[in-house]
Design a binder for this molecule. Structure first.
Ligand code: PEP
Ligand code: MN
Length: 283
């Protein structure tokens, strides 16, 4: 394995905690649970998501620049979607995570979201990684569709070596021979990454499973394996999601899942933050 210089763990207790704003951190004793739709579809949709999840999750997700397999599929709301995320994060005082696909999008996303996701398809887009390294914005780096652990680690090293230490790794499943699940969740990588690097490591069971009924137990397994958090797709009307409908939980299922994770978190010495102070649901 090539040596990571800056993100290598120097001793077992060496662990970075990253501030996402809104008094939320990742990498400490408290887990980071991120919930929300694959794609931002409307202000009403995001208000429903935020209102129902505000007491359960620590951050919201929603893509506005979407990397779709087909060029004929909906490509995301773009800047109009960013404005929705900005509105929601201010009113609900929760960090929001959204995907950045191009260097030209960084400035606008950094101004209107709290964490920039580099999707699987861009994990080795080295120019994008270098450009994100020149910001101080937290980056959620997802593992490539078929990336080795070494390639994943070195992609994170690209961002950190260009000046941005605020990187969170995300295991989201890798391609294998079996297509019953969309991808294969590699929990061995989570355990290994926690030993190799001092960066926080979170898990995306939604894109790993591709089927909603598999998500809760994979989420539990990820926390038991030592993950620092989860990013999970959920939607007010899962079947109507414009993308990734088959893997989306309902908001009620998401709230129930977070509740069911508490004893598992405690068993491995972690906590899930409790209900936050009341939020302004209406502007
Ligand atoms: C997503 O988070 O909606 C997404 C496209 O993820 P990934 O890059 O892991 O496929
Ligand atoms: Mn998705």
């Amino acid at each position: 394995m090539k040596d990571a210089k800056l993100i290598a763990k120097s001793h077992p207790a060496h662990q970075t905690s990253i501030d996402l704003g809104h008094e939320i951190t990742v990498g400490g004793d408290e887990l980071l649970i991120i919930g929300g739709p694959c794609t931002v579809e409307s202000l009403t949709q995001m208000e429903q998501v935020a209102t129902q999840l505000a007491g359960s999750v620590q951050a919201l997700r929603g893509g506005v620049f979407k990397p779709r397999t087909s060029p004929y599929s909906f490509q995301g709301m773009g800047n109009a979607g960013l404005a929705i995320l900005d509105d929601i994060r201010q009113r609900f005082r929760l960090p929001v995570v959204t995907e950045v696909m191009a260097i030209a999008q960084i400035k606008a996303i950094a101004a209107q979201a709290d964490m920039l996701q580099v999707g699987s398809r861009n994990m080795q887009n080295f120019d994008l990684l270098k450009a994100l390294g020149k910001t101080r914005q937290p980056v959620l780096l997802k593992r490539g569709l078929a990336a080795t652990i070494e390639e994943f680690v070195m992609a994170a090293e690209y961002i950190v070596s260009h000046g941005n230490a605020n990187v969170v790794l995300c295991e989201r499943g890798i391609r294998s021979f079996d297509n019953y699940t969309r991808n294969v969740l590699d929990l061995g990588a989570v355990v290994a990454l926690k030993q190799i690097t001092h960066l926080p490591v979170i898990v995306d069971p939604s894109h790993a499973a591709g089927k909603r009924e598999l998500v809760p137990n994979l989420a539990k397994a990820a926390i038991a394996a030592g993950a620092d958090g989860l990013i999970i797709e959920c939607h007010p009307e899962p079947e109507k999601s414009v993308s990734d409908a088959r893997q989306a939980l309902s908001l009620e299922e998401m709230v129930a899942l977070v509740h069911s994770l508490r004893p598992i978190a405690e068993a491995v010495g972690r906590q899930i933050p409790g209900l936050r102070q009341p939020v302004l649901a209406i502007a």
